[in-house]
Structure formats: C-alpha cells, structure tokens
Ligand binder design. Structure first.
Ligand SMILES: [Zn+2]
Length: 505
C-alpha cells in the first residue's frame, strides 16, 4: 500500500514535484506530481480499478478541493476544467483533472466542486487591520488632515493591545469571508495582531509601526524601533503563517538615520521592511523641502532598499525611479480605493508592471477604504488605469487577477511559497461559488472573477491546508463576541468625538 506520511512535515511527493518545494517551478502540474510519487504505477482513469482497490492503493491526504474550473495562476497551465487540488500537511501535493485526483488520492475531507471555481487565495499587500474599528469615523478628508486631526489623536487615546486584538479579529473575519488568505499588516501592538492571526488561521506579515512621534505603543522613533525589533525577534520562526516585518512608517515621519536604523535592524533579524512610499503630494513636497530630493531617491541613497522591501501605494515614482524599484525588487502595493478616496493620486501601475516592478494590491486601512475587499481592489485597479491613461486595453482582467494572487505574492516576497496552485506550495486555496445569477451567462471566467465576483461569492477558504470557512461560515472567528466587543469600543470613541448615539452603531 502506498500511503503518505501523514503527520510528517513534508507531503509524499518526490522528484519534480518535490523539487517545487525547494523553489523550482515544475513544468507540469498534475503529471509531474503523479508520476513522481512513489504511487505512480496507477493506470489512467480509462482503466480505473475497482473502487475498493483504488482506495487501498490511493495516497492518503488531508483534503481535496474540487472545482468545475481550477484557476491555477501557474504559467504552464493556467485554467483546468473539472479539476481538483490535493492537499496534505499544509501543502499542495497535486493539481489536475478531478477524476485522476480522486483516483490517486484518498482524502479525509473533500470540498465538492460542482459550480465552483478553485483558485489561490487573495493577497492583501497593505492593511492596518485594527483600523476596522475606525471605519466611517472621519471620511471625505485629505490625507494629512485625516491623519493629524482624526486618526493619530484617536489612536493615541484609544489604541491599546485590546483595541488591536478586537480590530484585527474583525478584520480577519472580513478577510476570510472575502477570500483573502494572506495580508501584510502595519499597526501597533504587534503581539496582539500576531496572536489574532495565529487564532484565526490566516497567513500574515506583521509589521509594527516605527514612527518618530508618540504612538499608542511607543514614546518616539527609537522606542518604536525597539518595540518592533523585540517583536520580530520573538516571532521569527515561531509560526510558519506569521512573518514578522519591521514597519518604518514613511520618510515624513522618520529622519534618515532612523530609516537607516530600521533597515539595519531588519537586516540583522533577517526580516523584510514595509513602508509607505511616495504616497502623496505632501510626501513629495516634504522630501523636497527637507532633503532636496524625492522619497525614492532619498531611500535609495540611504541604502534603504538593500533588503526585501514592501512599498505601500507608490503613487509618485518618477520615470527614472521605476527601473530602480524594479532592480531593487521593491514590491509596490497598489491601493486604488484608498488612493481615490483621499485623492492621493493614480499610481503608474501599467508602467511599473512593464518595467518589471513586482506589483500587488492592498486595501490600506478600513478607515480609508472602508472595507477589506480585494475583489473591489482588482476591479478598481483595472478601471483606474484605464480611465487615467484613456486606454481600455491596459490592466486587462488577467493582469488584475495576477496582482491579487501570484503577482501579489512576489511583491511581498513570498513568490515561491503562495499565490498559485502549484505542487509544493503552501495550500492557500479558495472556492468561489458560481451559483449567483450575476455570473450568468458565463463567457469568460477570468472576466467574471475580476469584473463581477464579490466577497459574498467566496464559499470556502483554506489556509495552510486548514479550512477556515466552509459553506460561507467562518469557522475560526466568534462573530457575535467580536461584534459586541467592537460595539463597546465604538461607544467610547463616539463619546469622545461627540457623535450622537445612533450615528455610529
Ligand atoms: Zn497605509
């Protein structure tokens, strides 16, 4: 009998598929995985053995996720009809035709695939999750007014570990419900964020905010870097779903030596940095006034890009700076909703993609969005480029989908781990239901996923091989508890800003 080593750290896949675990991309999906297993002597489905016999010889896996369509986002075989993904011990072990997967693998649990699309989970490259508790608090304002009059004062007064825990849990529920499986967070009280992520089952890069002002969890720049470094040291290697990051806020909230110190600490700890980068006219003017240059040029001259960097927004790179971002492999996280809502500008996404900059998508915080819906970001990323360039051919649907999946994974430094349905990668997989009538008729699946689908169409979510949502029910967040905890905090904030009760339920 050929059974996988359940409970071991690696799935029983060897040869080419096994090599994918080490970072090489297999040129075939299913066949490489099947032929390379020790169980490859099975005949094709045309000569399938009797069911009992098949079960006896099938490899045991944790989970099979089936779908009428499997959107792999893998360059070699992008969409399979009537397919399935076999998952064991947190990793994808095979992707291929449903009948063959059913014959080769015997799963403890199966997610049925009728009228379902199976695809990689979405990747939110920039969020401030706990700001869900401030959504709708102050809308329709310009960035600096919004930050300095409303957000920073509210944060200093109300944000503590408990606030962060509740806001992050609320965000985790929303992201799971909408099919986001990985997010990059930048906020305060990073242990509270990481613990919430640990419990809810998502994958996250957690960046404590390093900022040179009094913040909810630090007195100044040096203190916030200390908080960040201690967090990163505590969480590095502790949970494979949680990657600590150092989060220097921006060039206008940190001085050059502080920016260099943040990078040096990240390098010492072997973690990436995440920074707001060339986000607004204010930031451009600030850099010109204080440093006689641009934010990107300043950081390049400081050696800040010497190491993995996730840049949020990246709205104002000059034409000369775009190749610098590409050469330095700085991930540019496009946040179209936030950029539109606070009139920050239009990031030159089409130009950056053409130049080879890794571009992903982000929601930013829920106070400038006001939700965490990556489907909306995909759609708006495409529309915003089309209207700003007056060219409907830029950012076609497949490019938008790539930015939310495989491209987003590259932009956050996990391009060999997640973002596509490829044997050897971590099993972050979602199912989208095509039951809703708004998908009818179905001419072009990718078009529908980008231009029609929304959060409510996601029906199952799997992260690292664990089912976090089944039949639209989020299994890992207690909705009623989070609802009442969030309402209690909102009541305090409402009282402090003088809003009448009922204006902010
Ligand atoms: Zn941000």
């Amino acid at each position: 009998m050929c059974r996988s080593g359940r409970g071991s750290n690696e799935p029983e896949v060897t040869g080419r598929a096994g090599s994918a675990r080490m970072g090489a991309r297999p040129s075939h999906l299913l066949l490489a995985a099947l032929l390379a297993t020790g169980c490859a002597a099975q005949p094709s489905s045309a000569t399938a053995p009797a069911a009992a016999n098949a079960e006896e010889t099938a490899t045991a896996v944790d989970l099979i996720i089936a779908g009428d369509h499997v959107v792999t986002m893998d360059g070699d075989r992008p969409v399979l009809a009537d397919g399935a993904v076999a998952i064991d011990d947190g990793r994808i072990v095979a992707v291929g035709p449903r009948a063959e997967i059913a014959q080769r693998y015997h799963a403890a649990e199966t997610l049925d695939g009728r009228n379902r699309v199976v695809m990689p989970g979405l990747i939110n490259g920039h969020a401030h999750s706990a700001m869900t508790l401030m959504r709708g608090l102050a809308d329709d304002l310009e960035l600096m007014e919004w930050l300095q009059k409303y957000i920073f004062p509210t944060e200093v007064r109300f944000v503590d570990a408990e606030f962060t825990r509740i806001g992050t849990e609320l965000a985790c529920w929303e992201m799971i419900r909408g099919g986001t499986t990985t997010f990059v967070d930048m906020y305060y009280y990073p242990d509270a964020v990481a613990q919430a992520v640990e419990r809810c089952g998502l994958r996250a890069l957690v960046a404590p905010t390093v900022i040179d002002q009094k913040s909810p969890d630090a007195a100044d720049g040096a203190d916030s870097l200390r908080v960040a470094a201690e967090f990163a040291a505590r969480w590095k290697g502790r949970n494979n779903r949680i990657i600590p990051v150092i989060g220097p806020h921006s060039v206008y909230t940190l001085k050059p030596p502080q920016l260099q110190a943040a990078r040096a600490k990240a390098r010492e700890l072997g973690v990436p940095v995440s920074i707001h980068l060339a986000e607004s006219r204010f930031e451009i003017d600030y850099a010109k006034q204080h440093h006689s240059t641009t934010p990107i040029d300043l950081l390049e001259n400081l050696g800040f890009f010497d190491g993995p960097t996730i840049g949020a927004h990246v709205i104002y790179p000059t034409d000369a700076e775009i190749p610098v971002l590409a050469r330095r492999k700085v991930g540019a996280i496009h946040c179209p909703t936030s950029n539109m809502k606070i009139s920050s500008g239009v990031a030159p996404i089409a130009k950056m993609l053409k130049a080879g900059v890794p571009v992903g998508l982000g929601t930013d915080g829920a106070a400038t969005n006001n939700d965490l819906d990556l489907w909306e970001e995909m759609r708006l990323a495409a529309f915003l480029q089309k209207v700003s360039t007056m060219d409907p051919t830029v950012i076609p649907a497949k490019t938008a989908l790539r930015m939310a999946t495989a491209g987003g994974a590259e932009a956050i430094g996990l391009g060999d781990q997640i973002g596509s349905l490829t044997p050897g990668r971590r099993a972050d997989v979602i199912q989208v239901s095509l039951d809703d009538l708004h998908f009818t008729p179905l001419y072009d699946l990718i078009s529908h996923l980008v231009y029609v689908a929304d959060e409510q169409d996601v029906i199952s979510v799997v992260v690292d091989g664990k089912v976090l949502m089944r039949d639209r029910k989020v299994l890992t967040v207690d909705v009623e508890r989070v609802r009442s905890e969030a309402a209690a905090i909102a009541a305090k904030i409402r009282a402090s800003v003088g809003q009448p009760a009922g204006a902010m339920p």
